[in-house]
Design a protein around this ligand. Structure first.
Ligand code: UDP
Ligand code: MG
Length: 319
């Protein structure tokens, strides 16, 4: 029964010509091993998604498919759309053929041997299996600091996110179909996947160094990605503006009283009291107003994303 479950491993690739020969070799060996163990079907594939690379990435992928179509598949995007979109393109293509899909990076930073544990978890009935990094020793201090800080900020802002989990995960077909219902354009998969629900678990692995080539996530992209994650999932920053408004408004009351007392005691020059009072009062009212408007914008934002309101896991009903 186990052996007729089909696994697709989806790998987004952007200018990965240096690593693809090695990545494909190792993934091929892994797929063969799992097939022999009877854990996955013969229809299982490694699906590379070329994210509009300008180098030899697509020719390499096509050659792999040409040579071994029963192991390698390819998806070619019309242009560079970024990691998250490339990954989604792969997931939504693979879901037509697969029972379970694992997504991983092309650079071999994610330990391929964790695939076994993910597939086992799938056979145990889990629909989402998150790969979690146990250590970050190979990352630079800066990367580790910023990445872990990011997870903490996300948690503090009330976003449901798995700590130290990147986009190395297994999803069942049902889970990917759930994902397909999220039609938002600003994709932050790590935040969306926990929203899908279903039975989930984690598998820990050690993160390795990039096998070759350099990171396709320079600081600028990292910051944009983090900002996207926060603003796509939390309206707390808007609430902060509102809270600041309340505080400034209260302070303005105190300042008004202080200015009046100072005036009555005669320590002030002409015009100071009224200026002091209006600056604080107007500042407070403006911030309050911004916070209120922001609250409505937050609502509009959530509406326009048209996220599914629920996903049903099972129904018990006798007609
Ligand atoms: N990637 C992509 N499109 C992009 C940037 C990156 O498909 O515009 C892929 C890249 O080929 C790799 C994965 O996303 O498979 C993660 O990128 P990278 O390893 O450079 O990120 P890092 O591990 O440094 O955060
Ligand atoms: Mg990497």
């Amino acid at each position: 029964m186990l052996e007729n479950k089909t696994l697709y491993i989806v790998v987004p690739c952007y200018k990965e010509q240096e690593v693809l020969p090695e990545t494909s070799k190792r993934l091929r060996a892994k797929v063969m091993e799992l097939r022999e163990q009877g854990k996955i079907s013969g229809a299982s594939r490694v699906m590379f998604v070329n994210d509009g690379s300008s180098d030899e990435t697509w020719p390499i992928i096509s050659a792999l498919h040409e040579k071994e179509p029963e192991v390698f598949s390819g998806v070619n995007l019309s242009r560079n759309r970024g990691h998250q979109n490339a990954l989604l393109a792969g997931l939504l293509t693979a879901v037509n053929f697969a029972d379970m899909i694992i997504s991983m990076d092309a650079d071999l930073q994610d330990d391929i041997n964790a695939v076994d544990a993910m597939v086992d978890a799938y056979h145990d009935g889990y629909e989402v299996v998150y790969g979690v990094r146990s250590k970050r020793e190979t990352d630079t201090f800066f990367k580790r600091f910023t990445a872990e800080g990011f997870y903490k900020v996300m948690k503090a802002l009330g976003v449901d996110i798995v700590f130290n989990h990147a986009d190395y995960r297994l999803m069942s077909r049902r889970a990917v179909e759930g994902l397909a219902q999220f039609s938002e354009v600003n994709l932050f998969l790590r935040g969306i996947v926990p929203q899908i629900g279903y039975k989930w678990t984690t598998v820990t692995y050690e993160r390795a160094e990039r096998f070759a080539g350099e990171s396709k996530y320079p600081l600028k992209k990292m910051i944009a990605f983090a900002a996207d994650g926060i603003t796509s999932f939390s309206v707390k920053p808007i609430r902060l503006v509102f809270s600041a408004g309340v505080i400034v408004f209260l302070v303005s009351m105190i300042m008004l009283i202080y200015a009046l007392i100072a005036k009555l005691l005669g320590h002030t020059s002409a015009g100071w009291t009224s200026l002091m009072g209006s600056i604080w009062l107007i500042g407070g009212i403006q911030l309050l107003g911004l916070g209120i408007v922001g609250e409505y914008i937050g609502k509009i934002y959530n509406e326009t994303k048209r996220r599914p309101r629920f996903i049903i896991e099972s129904v018990l009903n006798k007609e």
